[in-house]
Design a protein around this ligand. Structure first.
Ligand code: TRP
Length: 456
């Protein structure tokens, strides 16, 4: 069976950036920023992305390209089968993420329809909307269907082709909305909140959230980049690719903030942040624009969100599929539909956890906390904020002490002749050996006990 590959460098960059740019940038990032004290959160997030995450992106891509294997098989191929537990944690984590991501993507898809119909009042009934679980599950199933359809067509004909259409459209929509947002009255108050840091807001919880957000947003720490890296040829420059992926992801998150905060501040609508932020606030804003402009801007906004989401769900689905295809020689089409179905079923508790079902809504109360949290939040705590940074940490340990930096350098220099001996090489090696394990390890341990055991 022939293993797929990307047809062009651009196609790979677009697919990998498409994975990175998603609901994490546009839905999750703004409420993380507002909960984390605006610009103080933003600064930490930027630091984590460029200093801690960048060397790990490079490592994941190098491992993938070196082995031409999926997230689990890669470790075996390198002769370190014992370490494939890193890939196993990753695949497990990806399944968890895709299960709730598909539910949120279902909300988004439903909103596209509501906005096209000019039904702005949906925002007043957001909790009713998400608890109409039958309807949401239909939207989520539809979303998963499109995802699976694309993934079933393979790397070049499915994933790459979709990214080449969706990513440029996404960029055009974002630019159009920014221009519009900046012309709104009071836009500047939103910009100030967003861009002027209040350092008193920085604490352990905020740091932990910023770290989790950086990993989630970059699709890092669960072998997605090992998988995509395995479809890339030897001439691809890994350093430049990693830089482009990081810049695109951070850039889109940053630009999304430039859309969202002016919109919120100019509308004067109060929001408690949280998962509902864009769903509750935005339709009200669109309504205020008048029915025609509102329908147009509102539909564009939620279509943009769906486009961003589907290039991400594609990458999340590809990780377990690639594992089954490589290791068990299961046919691609068959594994795609089976995995998609299983993940949809795993997502059902998340869809019930927003009020519909009491058990999943008040799923767990962490040690030392008063309030219980719902199942979906619990899953995001476990996957985004715990397993992803843990996976990233383990990869740095693996590269520095098992695979060794000489092998990393050799792989990177294949598409980058001037790499060996360069400052970039010294920086990557130093980070992988010292900075990443140390800082990542420390923040990880502290935030783990902070989140789950109330340590402060
Ligand atoms: N990065 C995506 C977002 O920001 C989500 C995502 C896609 C992801 N693939 C991933 C997160 C792999 C973690 C791991 O929405």
């Amino acid at each position: 069976m022939k293993r797929g590959s990307f047809n062009s460098k651009l196609g790979f960059i677009l697919a990998a950036s498409g994975s990175a740019v998603g609901l994490g940038n546009i839905w999750k990032f703004p409420f993380e920023v507002s909960n984390g004290g605006g610009a103080a959160f933003l600064l930490m997030y930027l630091f984590f992305c460029f200093v801690l995450c960048f060397p790990i992106i490079v490592s994941e891509l190098a491992i993938g390209r070196n082995t031409k294997k999926n997230a689990i098989g890669a470790f075996k191929k390198m002769g370190h089968k014992k370490w494939n537990f890193i890939g196993k944690i990753g695949v497990f984590c990806g399944v968890l993420i895709l299960s709730f991501y598909t539910i949120v993507a279902g909300w988004v898809l439903g909103y596209v329809i509501e906005m096209l119909a000019g039904n702005f009042s949906i925002s007043n009934n957001f909790s009713e909307y998400v608890n109409d679980v039958d309807k949401i599950l239909i939207y989520s199933t539809l979303f998963m269907f499109f995802t699976a359809l694309i993934v079933s067509k393979g790397i070049a004909n499915g994933i790459e082709k979709a990214a080449k259409i969706l990513m440029p459209s996404l960029l055009i929509m974002i630019i159009a909305l920014i221009i519009y947002a900046l012309t709104l009255p009071n836009a500047i108050d939103g910009i100030i909140f967003y861009l002027v840091p209040d350092f008193s807001q920085i604490n352990l919880t905020v740091a932990g959230n910023a770290l989790g957000q950086a990993f989630f947003s970059l699709s890092l720490g669960m072998g997605m980049l090992i998988t995509y890296g395995s479809y890339v040829d030897k001439n691809t420059n890994i350093i430049n690719s990693a830089a482009l992926i990081t810049l695109t992801d951070v850039g889109v998150a940053f630009l999304a903030g430039l859309i969202i905060f002016p919109f919120i501040f100019s509308s004067g609508i109060q929001s408690d942040g949280g998962l509902g932020l864009i769903f509750e606030v935005f339709p009200k804003i669109f309504e205020g624009l008048g029915s025609i402009t509102g329908t147009i801007i509102g539909s564009i906004f939620f279509i943009l969100l769906s486009f961003a989401a589907i290039t991400s769900t594609i990458s999340l689905l590809e990780v377990p599929v690639s594992f089954l295809v490589d290791e068990y020689k299961v046919r691609r089409k068959f594994s795609v539909w089976i995995v998609a179905l299983i993940i949809l079923l795993i997502g059902i508790p998340s869809s019930l956890s927003q009020g519909k079902n009491d058990f999943f809504t008040n799923f767990i109360t962490y040690y030392g906390k008063e309030e219980s949290i719902d199942f979906m939040t619990f899953i995001t705590d476990v996957s985004n904020d715990t397993l992803l940074p843990l996976g990233g940490f383990l990869i740095t340990i693996y590269v520095s002490s098992v695979w060794k930096k000489s092998n990393l350098s050799r792989e990177i220099s294949k598409g980058n002749k001037s790499y060996q001996g360069s400052i970039m090489e010294k920086y990557i090696n130093f980070s992988i050996n010292y900075i990443c394990p140390l800082i990542l390890g420390t923040i990880f341990v502290l935030t783990f006990f902070n989140k789950f055991f109330g340590f402060s």
